[in-house]
Design a protein around this ligand. Structure first.
Ligand code: PLP
Length: 299
């Protein structure tokens, strides 16, 4: 299985193997290959987007080749469609379509981990819709139950049928009525309160506010985001783009004192992770932007 070099997909035995930001205690098995996530901000010596895209696509080709040379059959590639844990990069145009093709041509499946990106977060129902590719399997959790433990998996019939032919699968809590009612309620609220279009419109508003803050505070190197999910990349300076890790940690704590909970993400842990609830409105957005401005001024 291929995953990126700065990701997290969970902590059961199989997915901990795919979590490159926290090394599993038992180490990595020989069946895992990591590839660089498609970064357009801190890029390896690139000349243009096409060259950059080719560099990252080549990583995938090499990973597949390396599995082949080791005699390990290729299963596929898992990715968060918006690369949330990697730091919400702006994904080079065409990268995901071509990556998907390379994986499928080699007989692999594309798994979209919608645990962070799904259920309207990006201003579309699914993260993969917002970054323009169609997965073979989608896994979902977290927002699916809005706090209640609920998770799911969607795949085409033939894949699920093959699994069922090989494995006898059941579990005690699968499909229990309480969790199903919660899941239905989440879908109702998303629909009835127009939360997906709210994520898109309020998200744009916050993004433009963050961009204004970037003009004022030089520590902000880059502002990225989709819907109601934002990444603010903090740097020591704009030329070296050296991650301002310590300042990020301080800012998050100052924000907490100020009554606003945010976190950090990214390969270097220097990207402010801002992921407000989906009913977030412009008034809430003003509060957030004022809070960030205030805490940045005190850094
Ligand atoms: C992208 C992604 N996938 C999977 C998970 C794991 O979800 P869970 O803790 O419900 O297993 C997380 C957790 O934060 C995540 O960020």
């Amino acid at each position: 299985v291929i995953c990126t070099n700065a990701t997290y997909h969970g902590n059961t035995a199989a997915v901990a193997q795919l979590s490159s930001i926290f090394e599993p205690a038992e180490g990595y098995g020989p069946h895992i290959r990591t590839v660089r996530w498609p970064d357009q901000y801190r890029t390896p010596d690139m000349t243009d987007v096409q060259t950059l895209t080719d560099i990252y696509l080549d990583d995938i080709r090499q990973a597949i080749q390396s599995l082949k040379e080791a005699g390990i059959p290729f299963a596929g590639m898992i990715l968060c469609p918006i690369y949330a844990n990697e730091g919400l990069p702006n994904i080079p145009e065409g990268y995901l379509e071509q990556a998907t093709k390379i994986v499928r041509d080699a007989g692999g499946l594309i798994i979209a981990d919608e645990v962070q990106a799904g259920f309207g977060r990006t201003g579309k129902m699914w993260g993969h819709q917002s970054t323009g590719f169609v997965p073979d399997i989608a896994t979902m959790g977290k927002p699916m139950g809005n706090g209640h433990p609920l998770a799911g998996l969607v795949a085409r019939d033939e894949l699920v049928d093959r699994f069922r032919e090989k494995d006898m699968y059941f579990n005690t809590f699968g499909g229990n009525p309480v969790s199903c009612a919660v899941g239905n309620a989440v879908l109702d609220v998303l629909e009835n309160e127009n939360l997906i279009s709210n994520a898109a419109s309020t998200g744009e508003y916050v993004l433009s506010g963050l961009r204004k803050l970037a003009k004022k505070h030089s520590i902000i190197g880059d502002v990225r985001g989709k819907g109601l999910f934002f990444g603010v990349d903090l740097v020591k300076d704009h030329i070296s783009k050296e991650p301002a890790v310590e300042e990020t940690r301080k800012l998050i704590n100052d924000m907490k004192e100020h009554g606003i909970l945010i976190s950090s993400i990214g390969e270097f842990n220097n990207v402010l992770k801002i992921r407000p609830p989906l009913p977030f409105n412009k008034e809430n957005a003003e509060l957030l932007l004022e809070g960030i401005n205030h805490c940045l001024s005190r850094l």
